[in-house]
Design a protein around this ligand. Structure first.
Ligand SMILES: O=C(O)CCC(=O)C(=O)O
Ligand SMILES: [Fe+2]
Length: 332
């Protein structure tokens, strides 16, 4: 990897049909629930500045995961979301509390516009922190597939952390020792987007930056939806078969002292005809670890931009739900 990617924060790493018939959520005629409707957006209207952009592709190492295995992950996710509602409710976030489990996002702010999506959120690492009562038993290989995939993704992330450090002439563990320690978390977020008859008014995921170090995203193979803000314009991320998207999270931006590795604002639009599915694996540093700009990236010409912070991902989540950008709150 080298610095020519610096202005384009999503990287295409290298391998990725869904015909899901389940549809619990639908917008019909005037029954549109108002809490989903985007009334104003400082980030630009839903249909603003749509352009098709090119995503930088890193093919030097490839992700090394077979496309048949990637299909298996999508298939496991699809099978789970296709289960009857009552069965999915067994894993409901509302029953067990906290952020993990199945459901729509909790309302945490009066300003919150709801996302047109269902999520299944599971902590995969550290392994002894798994809440296995929330892990689907159907399909019966779900847990095994997720476990295996998470190991591959962790390996990939560690390669990336090192390569990114080296590309800045830093010691190779400069990012990983903070972002990827033993207590670092890997969160699996399965996103399921039902069809929506008003894609002009409703987002699948509203504008946000990921509160992670890195996010590894397995996209739907057929249905587009992800958009990234590049130089003030929303760019559609086209589907590239067999590829995995790597999204730089805000904690990487903090560590790189802002101007090197930027965490992109991105959003997911809804689709009136087709269901969509994505699987994001999130690298979340240990909440007890203080994250801040790497000392060697601070000097007279590049003063420190961010304060040090612990448990940034929870700050990021609250700001996301209020429609705010959490990184702004850390600026010196
Ligand atoms: O569905 C996608 O393509 C992206 C989802 C996303 O941005 C997220 O889960 O943070
Ligand atoms: Fe995201």
């Amino acid at each position: 990897m080298n610095n020519r990617y610096e202005n384009f924060p999503i990287l295409l790493f290298s391998t990725v049909k869904l015909s899901i018939s389940v549809q619990e959520m639908s917008i019909k005629g005037d029954e549109r629930p108002s809490e989903y409707i985007v009334k104003e957006s400082k980030f630009g209207a839903i249909e603003s500045y749509l352009e098709l952009g090119q995503i930088p592709i890193i093919d030097a190492i490839g992700h090394g995961i077979s496309s048949s295995f990637l299909d298996k992950i999508r298939e496991a996710a699809k099978q789970f979301f296709e289960l009857p509602v009552e069965e999915k409710q067994r894993y409901s976030r509302e029953i067990y509390g906290g952020r993990e489990g199945y459901g729509v996002d909790a309302i945490v702010s009066e300003k919150q516009v709801r996302d047109w999506s269902y999520r299944l959120i599971l902590r995969v690492f550290p392994e002894d922190q798994r809440r296995l009562n929330l892990w689907p038993e159907n399909p019966n290989d779900f847990g095994e597939v997720v476990h295996e995939y998470a190991i591959e993704v962790k390996f990939m992330m560690d390669v990336l952390f090192k390569a990114m450090a080296k590309s800045l002439n830093l010691e190779e563990n400069s990012f990983s020792h903070k972002l990827s320690g033993e207590q670092a978390q890997m969160i699996a977020r399965f996103n399921f987007f039902p069809t929506c008859s008003r894609p002009d008014q409703v987002f699948g995921v509203k504008t946000h930056t990921d509160g992670t170090g890195l996010t590894v995203l397995l996209q739907d193979k057929e249905v587009e939806g992800l958009q990234v803000l590049v130089d003030g314009k929303w760019v559609r991320v086209a589907i590239v078969p067999h590829a995995i998207f790597v999204n730089l999270g805000a904690q990487m931006q903090i560590m790189s002292n802002n101007d090197i590795f930027k965490s992109p604002l991105h959003r997911v639009v809804t689709n009136p005809e087709r269901l969509r599915l994505s699987v994001a694996l999130l690298n979340v540093p240990d909440p007890e670890t203080e994250i801040g700009p790497v000392e060697k990236l601070i000097d007279e010409t590049r003063p420190r931009i961010y304060k040090n912070v612990k448990n940034y991902s929870s700050i990021n989540y609250k700001c996301f739900q209020r429609g705010e950008v959490a990184l702004e709150t850390l600026k010196i």
